[in-house]
Write a protein of this length. Structure first.
Length: 335
């Protein structure tokens, strides 16, 4: 009989994606946080990548749901189903007996939301659940040494939230979390095109525009992109051409909110630590770090060097891995 071993697992439970890190193996799963189910029976049809492909394309009786909203659990039951499916996928249930689980979440979640995340993990078979704040874990994953009495600043732009924090001596000194990030930017693009062109586009099209076409700092007036959708006046499929300048305009409010929040965190920083940030710069993590022109725009407004993490999309999961290597320090904390 195969001996059951206990493994430690790190989970980046994001609004847009879930990443799972297994101690000793690295990142073993990176899939969208989406569940597709039958509307009437609540029977699960697909989870993750398969469910993502169904987004906006499902027949009436099938719903594709994002159970995480703004970095926290919006639907407890569906989150549990999703976590269970992912843990089964990595065969954690079969190979490991009740793993210890570290889950990363935004800085501004309430005790109730924190407990909801904890309970969801416990019900998937976790022996012990630890919760750490995303910007701290992202900073560790980006290779920053936050153990010294010097300041490190990180801006973690995920799917549901942007977490901004200044860290020193393994803890957060000042932080702010805003519900403006990748998903809000997708909605900005959808709204702009709907208002200006009476064309309705889906989430996947909006994301493609944001990732592959947008430039929020120095848009090229000549750069154009053809997009397809449904004309709201005729109800028929239609194609329009948009410019980079228009997409910059669509994203202005969201980008300005992130700049304003980062400015506010810098203003609250103790003066002794401000000098460190000027010397070291600010590290950008999360999918939003890849938005073309954002780092230049932040640098221009904050007057501080901006560095993009080597692998912004996996920083939180990598950081969880580093923390799992030192599980004793987590054990000592009061969860």
């Amino acid at each position: 009989m195969m001996k059951m071993i206990s493994k430690d697992i790190g989970i980046d439970l994001g609004t847009a994606n879930v990443l799972i890190y297994i101690k000793g193996k690295g990142i073993v799963l990176d899939e969208p946080s989406i569940v597709a189910l039958e509307a009437d029976t609540k029977r699960v049809i697909a989870v993750g990548k398969e469910a993502n492909e169904m987004l906006g394309r499902t027949p009436g009786k099938v719903k594709a749901i994002r159970p995480m909203k703004d970095g926290v659990i919006a639907d407890f039951e569906i989150t549990e189903i999703m976590l269970n499916a992912f843990i089964k996928k990595i065969k954690a249930k079969r190979l490991f007996s009740r793993p210890r689980v570290l889950i990363c979440c935004p800085t501004n979640i309430t005790p109730v939301e924190r407990n909801a995340i904890k309970e969801a993990a416990e019900r998937t078979g976790a022996r012990r659940v630890y919760i750490e704040e995303e910007p701290k874990v992202a900073a560790i994953g980006a290779g920053m040494d936050i153990s010294k009495p010097t300041a490190n600043m990180v801006i973690d732009i995920g799917g549901g939230t942007t977490d901004i924090a200044i860290l020193s001596l393994n803890d957060i000194v000042v932080s702010e979390s805003v519900k403006v990030a990748g998903n809000a930017m997708d909605q900005d693009i959808i709204r702009y095109i709907k208002t200006k062109y009476h064309l309705l586009i889906g989430d996947l099209t909006a994301e493609e525009i944001k990732c592959n076409f947008a430039n929020v700092n120095d848009p090229d007036k000549k750069e154009k992109m053809e997009i397809k959708g449904r004309n709201l006046l005729t109800g028929l499929p239609d194609t329009i051409t948009i410019t980079q300048l228009e997409i910059k305009e669509a994203l202005t409010d969201s980008v300005n909110t992130i700049i304003k929040s980062a400015t506010s965190v810098l203003e609250d920083c103790p003066p002794e630590l401000s000098g460190d940030i000027v010397d070291k710069g600010i590290v950008l993590t999360g999918g939003g770090a890849l938005l073309t022109g954002l780092s230049d725009l932040l640098e221009e407004n904050l007057k501080v060097p901006i560095l993009i993490a080597e692998s912004p999309l996996t920083c939180v999961a990598e950081g969880a891995g580093v923390l799992l290597e030192n599980i004793k320090a987590l054990e000592e904390k009061d969860y």
